[in-house]
Design a protein around this ligand. Structure first.
Ligand SMILES: Cc1cc2nc3c(=O)[nH]c(=O)nc-3n(C[C@H](O)[C@H](O)[C@H](O)COP(=O)(O)OP(=O)(O)OC[C@H]3O[C@@H](n4cnc5c(N)ncnc54)[C@H](O)[C@@H]3O)c2cc1C
Ligand code: SF4
Length: 509
């Protein structure tokens, strides 16, 4: 006799999950399902689907070993109902259980489905984050601007991470000034560990290969961590070998190195194989033991207890319509270059190419290459959002949407970013070696071989002048534009228009 069903979703693979904590092993049944609905509402990268299914199968086995009764539906099971609610209904019918214990999903879409399900669903808060919805709402209440930095300081105080009493370690809250160095000549970190697929992973790869061969992205080689043990190994490896230089070169990009000093732990964190606190505690320990400098450790911890928690807070505070915001009224369709279409822009080719192969690009590639281009070219933010959600293995809406719609596309009107993250080619040239092997010339402002980022940068500022010219942080940009002689400005706008026309006509640029 089963008394309740305990829903465990593909990004909820944590023993500490509230639904598991509230359940009773002896009478409740865990329900896990690989369902078609979740693989197809956007066309997820095959590596992302494989990561989630493989990690789910291993977590289900772990729960069984711990004595849980687990009902697991594989994608190719003939009885599979094809949706989360369908699977819950099928198990309810099989067992007679009418109550479901669920941990709140990280997506409004699924929350809605569970609320509408013809079952008694007890939705529990997701306790795997440092800040609850209530805490974030209390922090946001009455503030004119919701700046991440102040929220982050609250999280430092709350966790005691990098704190000496009431003071921040090293005497400052933020060491970003010491980071953001251009790409180095040599990378001393060999990159993330690559896990050889075991039997479970192989089976999933075979399934994904057959079912999702039409989705953008290479399935093999597949080497992500798919169990907690592997995720912990990946974390140790990063903390001891990558973290010391993480801060210095956090924003750098290189033709021949996809990972630089990045940890690739978001894939494990976001599906629940690691907890944010254990990751940050490991980093803080490295600082305390003298193994990593403060600028690296503070920068890393800020990404997790600052940015990661903050964007989640914004997603839930702003509500289900957040992903459809478009205050700049940008409407251009996503061009083919995002799906690997031919382009002369080396930076775009590199960022998209590695996205196709790895289902990974680091933050600055996402923000200042593909994101920057989309914003400058006036691409519909909803299409940008769906692209990011589909192509990255770590993409779940609560974290992806605020980063894309808010931080990268400014479509929320400046809730997250105080000014749009836009740049000309000069920034990309400073932070990478991409421009050296590009068919465009980064120093050229107009003409056939002018870098498209140069042309589109001024076009963006010019077309959004009414909104941004009063922004104190953008005054210098407008002054530089206004100082250019009128003829040059006209040429820039005309050439940018021509470039956008070619993009609309589906031509490669
Ligand atoms: C347009 C855009 C879309 C993004 N979409 C996602 C997404 O879907 N999922 C996702 O986890 N991150 C997203 N990010 C944030 C960031 O790019 C990734 O977290 C990071 O690249 C993951 O790689 P890593 O583990 O090697 O990170 P590292 O560079 O090693 O950073 C350490 C950790 O900090 C956290 N982190 C860093 N920056 C952010 C951030 N801005 N928001 C939330 N967490 C952060 C991640 O958990 C990451 O693992 C996005 C950023 C942009 C600009
Ligand atoms: S020249 Fe322009 S398009 Fe080419 S790599 Fe540099 S920034 Fe990108």
């Amino acid at each position: 006799m089963v008394s309740r069903l305990v829903l465990v979703l593909g990004d909820q693979l944590s023993e500490s999950l509230s639904a598991l904590q509230a359940a009773d092993k002896s009478t409740d049944m865990v329900v896990m399902a690989e369902v078609a609905d979740e693989t197809s509402y956007v066309q997820h990268h095959p590596k992302k689907i494989a990561l989630i299914f493989a990690a789910m199968r291993k977590f289900a086995q772990h729960l069984r070993d711990e004595g849980w009764n687990v009902a697991y539906a594989q994608l190719d099971d003939s009885e599979n109902a094809g949706s989360i609610v369908g699977e819950l209904l099928r198990r309810a019918e099989q067992t007679g259980a009418q109550t479901v214990l669920a941990t709140e999903p990280g997506e409004w879409r699924l929350i809605g489905h569970l609320k509408e399900a013809p079952l008694r669903v007890e939705m529990l808060p997701d306790g795997r984050f440092l800040a609850s919805h209530q805490e974030f709402e209390d922090w946001a209440d009455g503030r004119k601007q919701l700046r991440m930095e102040y929220f982050y300081r609250e999280m430092r105080r709350k966790t005691g991470l990098l704190m000496e009493g009431a003071q921040p370690s090293g005497g400052k809250w933020n060491f970003d000034h010491d980071n953001r160095k251009p790409a180095p000549d040599e990378i001393t970190f060999e990159g993330p560990l690559r896990f050889e697929p075991d039997e479970t992973v192989q089976e999933v790869l075979d399934l994904v290969e057959v079912r999702f061969s039409n989705h953008f992205g290479a399935l093999r080689p597949f080497w992500f961590a798919t169990s907690r043990a592997e995720a912990l190994q990946q974390l140790d490896h990063f903390i001891s070998k990558g973290l010391p230089k993480f801060g210095d070169f956090q924003d750098a990009m290189l033709n021949d190195n996809r990972f630089l000093y990045h940890g690739l732990i978001s894939t494990s964190l976001n599906i629940g194989l690691l907890t944010p606190l254990e990751v940050c505690t490991a980093a803080a320990r490295a600082y305390e033991q003298g193994d990593a400098p403060i600028n690296a450790v503070e920068g890393f911890i800020r990404q997790i207890i600052g940015w990661r928690e903050y964007v989640r807070g914004i997603y839930f505070l702003e509500g289900p319509d957040y992903t459809s915001r478009n205050v700049l009224g940008q409407t251009r369709d996503l061009p083919d270059v995002y799906w690997g279409g031919k382009t002369g822009m080396n930076c775009m080719a590199k960022a998209v190419g590695q996205t196709r192969e790895e289902a990974y690009a680091h933050h600055i590639q996402r923000l200042m290459i593909t994101g920057n281009f989309g914003l400058l070219a006036g691409i519909d933010p909803q299409q940008m959002h769906e692209w990011y959600l589909a192509v990255y293995a770590d993409a779940f809406e609560w974290v992806e949407a605020p980063n894309t719609v808010g931080m990268s596309q400014f479509a929320d009107g400046g809730i997250i970013a105080s000014k749009p993250y836009v740049s000309s080619g000069a920034y990309i040239n400073r932070m990478s070696d991409y421009c050296k092997s590009c068919s465009y010339k980064v120093a050229q402002k107009t003409g056939d071989t002018a870098c498209p980022f140069n042309l589109l940068y001024w076009h963006f500022l010019d077309r959004h002048r009414p909104r941004f010219s009063g922004n104190a942080r953008m005054g210098n940009m407008y002054r530089t534009w206004d100082r250019m002689d009128a003829e040059k400005r006209e040429t820039v706008i005309a050439e940018a228009d021509a470039l956008l026309d070619r993009l609309d006509a589906g031509e490669a640029i």
